[in-house]
Ligand binder design. Structure first.
Ligand SMILES: Cc1cc2nc3c(=O)[nH]c(=O)nc-3n(C[C@H](O)[C@H](O)[C@H](O)COP(=O)(O)OP(=O)(O)OC[C@H]3O[C@@H](n4cnc5c(N)ncnc54)[C@H](O)[C@@H]3O)c2cc1C
Length: 291
């Protein structure tokens, strides 16, 4: 059995926040694909749970008249992948989430959990960074909006405080309209594997020249990152073998890969250079298709 000492079933977002604020160490249970694995491993840091699986208002995926897209923190990967709004306007997000685990994990796991667990390998993180997600968070002091930029503070760590509950992600129209985007996950296995390196980009062309270029990586530094040096290098460039080689050189200034049992630092750097070029070419091709 799971070593759960205390359990609270949240009746509302306010009830969950009130309970979390009043009980130090209490943690949120969403899809459980991280939490229950930790409990199964006997890790007691999740012994006191606040179950938010009754809060259906956190599952909505919608778009307002301005074109802003809202994704509830409890929307599962499959619900996001199958959403017409996501497929039409931010297809790279669906592309990235399709690389996660297998069907069971995608039918249960949530993007809220994927971002809030602070994992450096989270497959939704590159999309969140290149689409410049905003996060609507309910806390003991009320609701606030935080940017995804700076949300991750270290491996497994985020800016969330005791009592905080992520309600939804917001994608502003200026951050996706007219962009082509793509995501590539390099992992040892083709499925059911955590990324060795994840790479995502969004690009907006002005004729043959790059108008806006956004590049993000997972597992290339202690947190998911954007690459300002590489992004500056591509601004105004024409896509060519030379400019892509300059991109691969520039990205080395943005990343800090390390050696782990999955790959050596040198091998990761090689993958990072290769994916930066490849995902950029795919995004240019996709820009032709995306509205
Ligand atoms: C077999 C398997 C394969 C996997 N493969 C992948 C993979 O390929 N890529 C990948 O990125 N991940 C993978 N994962 C990890 C996992 O599925 C994801 O991280 C998932 O997104 C976690 O979401 P969840 O809803 O299950 O979160 P939970 O396990 O319920 O919670 C995860 C963490 O987030 C916190 N949390 C959850 N919701 C909120 C909220 N609304 N506000 C504040 N905090 C919150 C919880 O307190 C906990 O700390 C895999 C997991 C398994 C078991």
């Amino acid at each position: 059995m799971f070593p759960i000492e205390k359990y609270h079933y949240a009746e509302s977002v306010e009830d969950a926040v009130r309970y979390l604020a009043a009980h130090k160490g209490a943690k949120i249970l969403a899809g459980g694909t991280d939490v229950l694995v930790r409990l199964h491993e006997g890790k007691s840091d999740y012994g006191h749970l606040v179950d938010i699986n009754g809060l259906d208002e956190l599952k909505t995926i919608s778009m307002d008249e301005s074109g802003a897209i809202f994704i509830g923190s409890r929307a599962t990967f499959s619900e996001i992948i199958n959403s017409e709004i996501i497929r039409q306007h931010v297809p790279m997000l669906a592309q990235a989430l399709l690389t996660i685990g297998g069907p069971q994990v995608r039918n249960t796991g949530t993007m809220g959990g994927n971002i809030c667990n602070g994992a450096v390998s989270a497959d939704s993180a590159c999309a969140a960074l290149v689409y410049d997600f905003d996060l609507q968070i309910q806390g003991p002091e009320g609701e606030r909006t935080e940017s995804i930029h700076g949300f991750h503070t270290g491996p497994g760590r985020t800016i969330l405080q005791q009592g905080d509950l992520l309600k939804s992600f917001v994608i502003r129209p200026e951050n996706y309209t007219g962009f082509g985007a793509s995501y590539i996950k390099y992992a040892m296995r083709g499925a059911m594997d955590i990324a060795t390196i994840g790479c995502g980009t969004a690009i907006k062309m002005n004729g043959d020249e790059v108008e806006t270029f956004k590049l993000a990586f997972t597992v290339a530094a202690p947190t998911p990152i954007r690459c300002p040096t590489a992004e500056r290098t591509m601004k105004g460039a024409v896509i060519s073998e030379e400019s892509l080689e300059r991109l691969a050189d520039a990205v080395e200034a943005d990343v800090k890969p390390r050696t782990s049992w999955r790959a050596s630092r040198e091998f990761r750097l090689h993958i990072i250079r290769t994916l930066a070029k490849r995902v950029t070419q795919e995004a240019v091709t996709n820009q032709g298709g995306n509205d």
